[in-house]
Write a protein that binds this ligand. Structure first.
Ligand SMILES: *Cc1c(COP(=O)(O)O)cnc(C)c1O
Length: 370
């Protein structure tokens, strides 16, 4: 029997290289609470990513929830329906009202032309997503935020290491949130981070992720437990040694797919975003009307060959039971997101993916067309 190929496979460094880190933890008996590996990883990630300050978290979702607390966001928050459900869930966990805005068909991100018309006196923030690591229109979003006095929190879970106009994409907005989940470009098993521009904000985030403790006896805010453990932080330090190689391998798969799929009628790869150094977190294709199979049929046909693609992002967040009653969740309000959610299919992409298998995936997609 053939081994199934999933859309992603987590990158793991050689186990033997992790043992010395574990020995150090056993020696120090420091397991969590801003221990030595935690401090080192925050520093190392700031340098690697080219950002000023970064606070590690136990996962990306708690980081999103805490980012909203950090800026004391209230009322309505403009966001995208074309994302992983954690984006909007973080708003509900803060008692906020998501306001869904349609996406741009090229970028798959919030359409900046459609944001202004939904701003009300209750709007306090925008939470865009750099979907598939493709940069949002950060300039226009910043202009809107400045004009209307809104905060911007980017869900940057797909944008680890992405550079835009020769700078880290994560320097845009008031805060950016990363995920280091097993399925992401860079993983710490579970993990996440908030990137912020100044030391004062970093201090508030650090209080919030540690129950609100400012010192031994002072609790300044109703914080949460969002701390990353020493095991995860140590693993993150080891992973950093391999992440450039991992991204380079992903880039080769991306190029292979682009080349191989280019002649297939009805299969569309997304354009390469301008001024962007990519890290290839996903490989979405659009299955359009002139392909003989519908997207779901292709998804199931590939599954029969033990190739497990994923329909990111279907269903739309705005179609889920917690959200579909909102006025902004009305599908007629979100035609582009609706269409893309019915056409998109993410192909397997991960550092260990064999080129021969990637080629056979392309061949299978071509064969179905013949
Ligand atoms: C993965 C992901 C998250 C959640 O991150 P976790 O670390 O799994 O909690 C949030 N938003 C988006 C867009 C994601 O892809």
């Amino acid at each position: 029997m053939k081994k199934p190929i999933y859309v992603t496979q987590p990158h793991l460094p050689p186990l033997a290289e992790f043992i010395p880190y574990l020995e150090e933890i056993w020696e120090s008996k420091c397991l969590t609470n801003n221990g030595p590996f935690h401090k080192q990883l925050e520093q190392a990630l700031c340098e690697y990513l080219g950002v000023a300050h970064l606070a590690l978290f136990t996962n990306g979702t708690i980081a999103l929830i805490t980012a909203l607390q950090t800026l004391r966001i209230v009322g309505e928050v403009i966001t995208t329906p074309f994302s992983f459900v954690a984006t909007a869930n973080s708003l509900l966990w803060n008692g906020l009202t998501p306001v869904f805005v349609d996406i741009d068909p090229e970028s798959c991100n919030l359409d900046p032309d459609k944001i202004e018309q939904v701003i009300t006196p209750r709007t306090t923030a925008i939470m865009p997503v750099h979907c598939y690591g493709r940069p949002c229109d950060v300039e226009r979003i910043e202009l809107l935020a400045d004009t209307y006095g809104l905060k911007v929190i980017y869900d940057a879970a797909h944008a680890f290491g992405v550079q835009y106009k020769k700078e880290s994409l994560l320097t845009h907005g008031d805060l950016s949130v990363l995920s280091f989940h097993a399925t992401k470009v860079y993983n710490t098993f579970e993990g996440g981070a908030i990137v912020c521009p100044d030391a004062k904000t970093k201090r508030r985030i650090d209080y919030l992720k540690n129950f609100g403790f400012a010192d031994e006896v002072t609790v300044t805010a109703p914080g949460i437990n969002g701390k990353m453990s020493e095991i995860n932080a140590a693993f993150g330090l080891l992973q950093l040694k391999y992440v450039d190689d991992a991204i380079a391998s992903r880039g080769k798969i991306d190029a292979l797919y682009r080349e191989g799929l280019s002649g297939i009628k009805g299969i569309k790869c997304l354009s390469e975003p301008e001024d962007t150094v990519r890290t290839f977190s996903y490989f979405p294709i659009l299955v359009e009307d002139d392909y003989p199979l519908r997207r779901d049929d292709l998804h199931h046909a590939l599954r029969k060959e033990d190739i497990y693609t994923r329909r990111y992002f279907y269903p739309l967040i705005s179609d889920m039971p917690m959200y579909r009653g909102l006025p902004s969740a009305n599908p007629t309000n979100l035609p582009v997101a609706k269409r893309l959610s019915q056409q998109v299919l993410c192909l397997p992409i991960f550092p260990a993916l064999d080129f021969g298998i990637a080629e056979s995936i392309v061949d299978t997609i071509r064969r179905m067309q013949a």
